[in-house]
Design a protein around this ligand. Structure first.
Ligand SMILES: [Zn+2]
Length: 109
């Protein structure tokens, strides 16, 4: 199970994530890597060190909706981005990491 996920038998919930390739699968099949929003700096110039520091070391710890990288390590082995609520663990959607990157590029993030 990835960070932030737990079974809560009192709520009777079993976390299910819908992989775009495999369909509805249990959360135990996925490995989570964290926030998908930080974008890798495009420059290697020394003047971009502050951007690199932010990209490598600084992460938000949001309450509410978050987009997280997930690897379907127990299934098709595709990289995905899962949108979930950190408070309720409700999963709002799943897209391939490629589609997420294309969407982020179009929106100018
Ligand atoms: Zn899959």
């Amino acid at each position: 199970m990835g960070p932030g996920f737990r079974r809560d038998d009192d709520l009777g919930s079993n976390l299910i994530i819908t992989c775009p390739h495999c369909g509805a699968r249990p959360v135990e099949e996925f490995t989570f890597l964290g926030d998908a929003k930080p974008q890798r700096p495009t420059s290697n110039d020394p003047s971009s060190m502050e951007q690199w520091f932010d990209y490598v070391y600084l992460r938000d710890n949001p309450k509410g909706r978050i987009d997280e990288f997930a690897h379907h390590s127990g299934g098709c082995r595709a990289w995905l981005v899962v949108t979930r609520n950190t408070e309720t663990h409700e999963v709002h959607g799943t897209v391939t990491a490629k589609d997420y990157a294309v969407r982020a590029k179009k929106s100018g993030r």
